[in-house]
Design a protein around this ligand. Structure first.
Ligand SMILES: [Zn+2]
Length: 141
């Protein structure tokens, strides 16, 4: 059984498990429900366990982290191919531009899922787990 498919909700909010579940586009609480409604639109609540997910404030962090990851993944093969094969620039652009675009589109929602999972595990931005009614009482006093 894979980590993100475990049926039981996690008792202690493990950051690594929550980030892995988010990376797999699943709810950080249960690992079953879908984290996103659309490409980068986080669901308001998990369709499986009902955990509120609208508290996330991922902002620009997923974009920065995706740029960092894609750059570090593609830089070595680009440099090695340039060093040993010296292909024409038009050929390199024709190959690497689509690879870069596809890798970015593939990683961006997963990185955002991991960021949301980390925020959930660290109980940031309202992810502390208090019932919504209790939160309303807390803010009114
Ligand atoms: Zn869930």
């Amino acid at each position: 059984m894979k980590v993100y498919e475990q049926e039981q909700p996690i008792d202690k909010r493990s950051p690594w498990r929550a980030m892995w579940r988010g990376f797999m586009l699943r709810c950080p609480q249960c690992g079953k429900g879908k984290l996103f409604n659309r490409f980068l639109k986080v669901a308001d609540a998990c369709p499986h366990c009902g955990e509120e997910l609208h508290h996330h404030r991922a902002d620009d962090a997923p974009a920065y982290l995706t740029i960092f990851l894609v750059g570090h993944i593609l830089f070595p093969p680009i440099m090695l191919i340039e060093r040993f094969y010296e292909p024409d620039l038009w050929l390199q652009f024709a190959v690497w531009a689509p690879v870069l675009a596809l890798l970015t589109v593939a990683l961006l929602p997963r990185v955002k899922g991991a960021v949301v999972g980390l925020q959930w595990a660290l109980k940031m931005h309202g992810f502390e787990g208090a019932p919504t009614a209790q939160k309303a009482l807390d803010t009114s006093t």
